[in-house]
Design a protein around this ligand. Structure first.
Ligand code: DX5
Ligand code: ZN
Length: 219
């Protein structure tokens, strides 16, 4: 099996020292940057928008994995592509024409991701899974960093892995929310390919070492 992809979420970084934290991720064993875009409508919080993504893109030397927690994401697909985003993930719950949205993301040269809230069944992806590059399984309710991991996620990941295999799809499973040293290995054992970690990385004493630790734990 391939090594687990570690994607630190900059939401938990020090925004007053963003360049420093980006350099830390550049130098670390992390694989992707995870960017959380929140609109204060789909989720009860506002994070950051285009000017900040543009600033991050200038310094980041690893793929930008961008998680849109916004209503009507179709409006901004082209803009994020122009900003240099590599993966664009939209929420299942706000996409009435999900298949069309996935095609639009790919047409802009990005990998297409679909995020599902804790209450959203993986069965709803049955008809689109072959068109999805990444399924982002929310293991907390989206909107804030630092929340506790929802235990039901393990079963969900296992079911999703079965669906992917059954459909012969080439889809990565990404877990987002409350990921830490205590649940990382178990998540990978259930089928996770990508682990997002915000607070666990950036609130630790030595974020570089914490990333390394997550990587080694999930070998
Ligand atoms: C939550 C975001 C997450 C968040 C994870 O809505 O999607 O990416 O940054 O933060 P932690 O790892 O602290 O739960
Ligand atoms: Zn996220």
């Amino acid at each position: 099996m391939d090594k687990t992809i570690i994607a630190p979420s900059l939401l938990a970084s020090d925004f007053a020292n963003l360049q420093r934290d980006i350099e830390m991720v550049n130098q670390s064993e992390a694989d992707w940057f995870h960017l959380d875009i929140m609109d204060g409508m789909f989720v009860p919080n506002i994070s950051f928008g285009m000017p900040v993504v543009e600033a991050i893109a200038k310094h980041a030397k690893k793929p930008l994995d961008t998680h849109l927690m916004i209503m009507d994401p179709d409006r901004y697909i082209k803009t994020f592509a122009e900003l240099g985003v590599d993966h664009l993930t939209v929420h299942y719950e706000v996409c009435p024409h999900l298949h069309r949205t996935l095609q639009a993301i790919k047409a802009e040269g990005m990998k297409a991701g679909v995020a599902i809230n804790p209450h959203t069944s993986i069965n709803l992806l049955e008809d689109t899974i072959q068109d999805i590059d990444i399924v982002l399984v929310m293991s907390v309710n989206p909107g804030f960093g630092g929340q506790s991991f929802i235990e039901n996620t393990y079963q969900k990941v296992k079911d999703l892995k079965n669906l992917i295999q059954r459909k012969n799809a080439n889809t990565l499973i990404e877990i987002d929310g409350g990921v830490n040293a205590a649940n990382a290995k178990k998540l990978v054992e259930h089928g996770a390919d990508v682990l997002v970690a915000g607070s666990f990385v950036f609130k630790s004493k030595n974020p570089t070492e914490t990333i390394k630790d997550l990587k080694e734990r999930t070998l």
